[in-house]
Design a binder for this molecule. Sequence first.
Ligand SMILES: CC(C)(COP(=O)(O)OP(=O)(O)OC[C@H]1O[C@@H](n2cnc3c(N)ncnc32)[C@H](O)[C@@H]1OP(=O)(O)O)[C@@H](O)C(=O)NCCC(=O)NCCS
Length: 172
Amino acid sequence: MKEKTVSESKTIMTEMIMPNDTNPLGNLMGGNLMRWMDIAAGVCAAKHAEAHVVTASVDHVSFQSAIRLGNVITITAVMTKAFSSSMEVYVEVTVAEITGANPRKSNHAYFTFVAVDQENQKPIKVPQLRAVSSEELDRQEGANRRREIRLILSGRIQPSEAKEVKDFFSKF
Ligand SMILES: CC(C)(COP(=O)(O)OP(=O)(O)OC[C@H]1O[C@@H](n2cnc3c(N)ncnc32)[C@H](O)[C@@H]1OP(=O)(O)O)[C@@H](O)C(=O)NCCC(=O)NCCS
């Protein structure tokens, strides 16, 4: 299977915050933002895998700055690492006024998707990812460790099996 670059699947999504997206204070509901992040990340993973994908896990999401009615958000999703059938996708959200004024980062998260075959919905292999730029290599660094942590938290491996995590913490 031919390896692919990060730019081949990079996905950018823009939304304007409408009244139906907000809570009674006029702020974007967190759940709506997570839904859009899931869509952008899922499109990115599916483009990389050239297959259907399912969300396997979403890492910690914290909301740093409120997104207001009428703001415009940009959601950027990029592949950080392809494993066997699973893929880690980094999603970053920025927010600005409709005029483009006051641009700022709102939040980020890592999503994990698994490529599945359409008929049986069973995991299938995905192409490997070639990180090229220093930014892409930085994002890839730590992907094995993050994977081990989420597999521990989902009860799929024992902490004693998490070699990368152990090596990392033994440095301190
Ligand atoms: C994700 C899913 C396809 C995994 O299927 P499975 O039969 O358990 O497959 P496996 O044990 O072979 O795992 C397949 C891959 O998923 C990864 N995976 C499974 N659960 C994971 C989790 N919680 N976090 C991160 N990765 C996970 C495994 O590490 C493995 O990755 P690899 O192939 O790159 O090594 C299956 O659990 C599923 O369909 N879940 C529901 C997905 C869904 O409906 N999402 C939307 C929720 S609303």
